[in-house]
Ligand binder design. Structure first.
Ligand code: IMP
Length: 426
């Protein structure tokens, strides 16, 4: 049995989709453990690009079962469109399953989130507006009982749950946001056609995972977003509402921590973030724009330009600790090909004191001054290189610097979007 967790080591968009797809080759089960359609995972096969929001990135491997775990939140309309889109391109989704207990993102969640973000104005979180926060809020609220995935298979129950939710939601929609109330019949009519299609994928997710464990199967747990968007461990309140850290795989799928053998932390060769919140190495000038252009740093889900900056060694080191990372996959190293030297943040200074891990209090993090070291660049294209030994010494040194800062070995280096543009070390 091997249980591998794939986790984002920064603020999301590290390239988890590509690495999960590679690891899915030879895996029996790939499980998304948290988040919803706020995620955008890109997998490139030959000339074809697949953008996945909900479906696990193992879906292109037909012999591998793909499960959306109980810790995810599922928008049935998005799921239906994603399944139809894949099927139209010849990808069968027969190997897809969704946990009975996953909570469902409903139209009223999106409506409330839009209104809430609008009301916050410039002080907003900058969410993806996919209804994620309100869906997880209802999950924590517990009553009135929110809709869970298995409820989509029972129209009477679904109607009843929608009516129960709208009694409360309409008070907020009407009186807090001054918007017309939602009709229970209309919401049902909107969701039911999709529910009939996606309900067929419902399964006892905890049992599937436990049976696979007992049978000694190879399981990959796929995280969405990244360590510092974690509700507990991230840069709160500018975080998502779930647990992207490796520990989230336990909560979101029903495995114990001792079942995990391997935690592969995905780390982009520089830093990006979407939405509001602190980003110590952000470059709002030419360098940031260069990284954005060369790395095509625009959101897969929202199309928003990502905020960009140099690699932050303090972020990577802290993330390695929070996740118990056993190895690192460095992605998008090729984006740095043209640079003569590359600044890397090796520590923070705050009020004359040096720090080598991130302070957890946001106001302190706002005050840190990143200390940079200039690393020589390689100034040649890496995209066609397939072996570690082929990489120029400067590129090897850059990768080794990341390993040194994190205190964890780098085992995979990604040099482009395609599966082939991947170097395995050791
Ligand atoms: P939410 O997850 O839509 O509630 O958004 C909360 C924060 O997480 C915002 O700053 C989003 O931009 C960010 N976020 C959510 N999903 C992703 C992702 O997949 N990649 C990067 N940032 C994300």
């Amino acid at each position: 049995m091997t249980c591998t967790v794939v986790v984002g080591g920064q603020w999301g968009d590290e390239g988890k989709g590509k690495i999960t797809d590679i690891l899915a080759e030879g895996a029996d089960l790939v499980v998304r453990y948290q988040g919803g359609s706020n995620a955008g995972h890109t997998v490139v096969v030959g000339d074809e690009e697949f953008k996945l929001h909900l479906i696990p990135s193992g879906i292109l491997h037909h012999d591998c079962t793909c499960l959306m775990g109980g810790g995810t939140v599922v928008d049935p309309l998005v799921l239906r469109d994603e399944i139809t889109g894949l099927q139209a391109r010849g990808v069968s989704c027969d190997n897809l399953r969704v946990s009975y207990t996953a909570h469902v993102v409903m139209p009223y969640h999106k409506r409330i989130e839009e209104q809430a973000e609008q009301a916050r104005g410039r002080a907003g979180i900058g969410t993806t507006l996919r209804g994620i926060g309100p869906a997880y809020t209802d999950k924590a609220q517990r009553m009135p009982r929110p809709v869970r995935f298995r409820d989509l298979t029972d129209p009477d129950r679904l109607r009843e749950l929608i009516a129960g939710q709208l009694e409360h939601k309409n008070v907020i929609i009407e009186h807090q946001y001054g918007q017309p109330p939602l009709s229970s019949d209309e919401v049902f009519a909107q969701v039911w056609p999709a529910a009939q299609e996606v309900g067929n994928y419902a399964t006892d997710g905890y049992r599937l995972v436990q049976d696979s464990l007992r049978a000694g199967k190879r399981i990959v747990f796929e995280g969405a977003q990244g360590t510092f968007l974690d509700l507990d461990c991230g840069t709160y309140p500018f975080v998502t509402s779930s647990h992207p850290v490796a520990g989230g795989a336990c909560l979101g799928t029903g495995i114990g921590p001792t079942a995990i053998n391997e935690v592969i932390m995905i780390c982009k060769a520089y830093t990006t973030r979407v939405g509001a919140g602190v980003l110590p190495t952000e470059d709002e000038g030419d360098a940031g724009q260069l990284l954005r252009d060369c790395g095509n740093e625009y959101g897969t889900t929202t199309g928003r330009p990502r905020r960009c900056g140099w690699l932050d060694g303090v972020v990577v080191r802290t993330a390695a600790m929070l996740n118990g990372a056993t190895s690192i996959a460095v992605t998008k190293l090729d984006v740095l090909d043209a640079l003569a030297t590359i600044p890397v943040c090796v520590g923070y200074e705050i009020d004359g004191v040096m720090l080598d891990t991130m302070p957890s209090w946001p106001e302190e993090l706002e005050k840190v001054k990143p200390i940079y070291e200039e690393i020589p660049g390689w100034q040649q294209p890496l995209g066609d290189m397939r072996e570690w030994e082929q990489l120029p010494p400067q590129a090897q040194a850059y990768v080794e610097k990341i390993a040194e800062l994190a205190g964890v070995p780098v085992k995979i280096v990604s040099l482009g979007q395609s599966r082939e543009q991947t170097v395995f070390i050791g």
